[in-house]
Design a protein around this ligand. Sequence first.
Ligand code: PEP
Length: 255
Amino acid sequence: MAIKKIIAANWKENPGTAKEAEALFSAVMRAAASVPSVRVVVCPPSVFIGSVGNLMRTQAGRISANFALGAQDVFWEDEGAFTGGVGPRILRGLGVRYAIIGHSERRRFFGETDEMVERKARAAREGGIVPIVCVGEPHEVRRKGIAAAKRFLAVQLRKGLKGIADPDRRGKGKELIVAYEPVWAIGSGNNDRPADAAVIAAFIKTMVPGAKVLYGGSVNEGNVREYTQSDEIDGALVGGASLKADAFKKIIHTI
Ligand code: PEP
């Protein structure tokens, strides 16, 4: 069955132990296995990627079709004197297929710039990892309206995807995902109006032809369908609700 929508679970710096990460994933796995039309991308903290990946693998050693492993970040170098760096090659070796890049928390707490996002996205793509590049405007911009938000996002997209926005340069058919995450909606319980998110997703698609667009920002089991029923929105990036097995299972089934 064709995969229709993508749900990416951003666990952030949670949970606290590998055992808890395995338990969370195991609970979700049973729910997702019966919904093959949804691709569930699980992005644990990097130190737990190996153990979650082992649970994802079938007895044949392959990751079952509706699951994929994701990382929450990727460095642009594969190897060398880059303390703390984890590049595409290391991640690929663990079975990672997707990497979140430029999340607003990385921009805020780790000083990531659009230029760094661009280097990471390019390296990920060259290393065989699908970038999930996050963009989103702060509240003071959105307060001025959708047109102001589009102007803000256009700068982030132009700079952050400079080397790969054009399908000819990134290679036709190569997957690229943009996550539209208005900063004010993340973790606030104040999700964007689905109709507005769809307008912005359509705008992102005009700027980045061929990209899939996810919406992220306080998605839960009660509102996910309002986003995913739009043709413009290809799925959701879910933070808080992905840590609650029951809520996340409902998200997968609701779609
Ligand atoms: C996120 O951090 O990517 C996110 C969307 O978080 P939340 O779902 O908690 O708003």
